[in-house]
Ligand binder design. Structure first.
Ligand code: ZN
Ligand code: ZN
Length: 135
């Protein structure tokens, strides 16, 4: 079990997570780059029931090539993206690693959408790096 806490930049939105982190990934897809404003997103996937969010969030939904609809949830005050959800996997939540306080728990296991990474992004050569999201 992993206990995680985190918040947005202004602190209006906070989360506490207590459960297993199912999967941690660096995502280099264009959507993640644009939505985070960073060269890639590091995502911690957990069961939504293990995560408690406090504070009001706004959300933005968009469809992706696979036909799925993804939703980004962000603080309406400071704009920080705190987590994401997926229509095809509604019980999961993807916490944005940059908001997590417990740095030692952030250990990405894979680089996904490596085919879309920016030229400047260095990737750990010991991690798998599929071109797209593994099926
Ligand atoms: Zn905020
Ligand atoms: Zn992505």
């Amino acid at each position: 079990m992993t206990k995680l806490t985190g918040q947005c930049l202004c602190g209006d939105v906070k989360f506490t997570a207590d459960g297993d982190v199912a999967f941690q990934a660096n995502c280099h897809c264009v959507d993640c780059r644009q939505t985070t404003g960073a060269t890639f997103a590091t995502l911690l996937f957990m069961q939504q029931s293990d995560v408690e969010i406090t504070g009001e969030v706004k959300s933005f939904s968009h469809s992706v090539d696979s036909g799925n609809t993804l939703t980004k949830h962000f603080c309406p005050n400071c704009g920080s993206q705190v987590y994401g959800t997926s229509k095809s996997n509604p019980q999961m939540i993807a916490l944005r690693a940059g908001c997590v306080n417990e740095q030692g728990e952030v250990k990405p296991q894979i680089n996904v959408f490596a085919g879309s990474k920016m030229d400047c992004t260095m990737m750990d050569p010991d991690l798998p790096a599929p071109e797209r999201m593994p099926g």
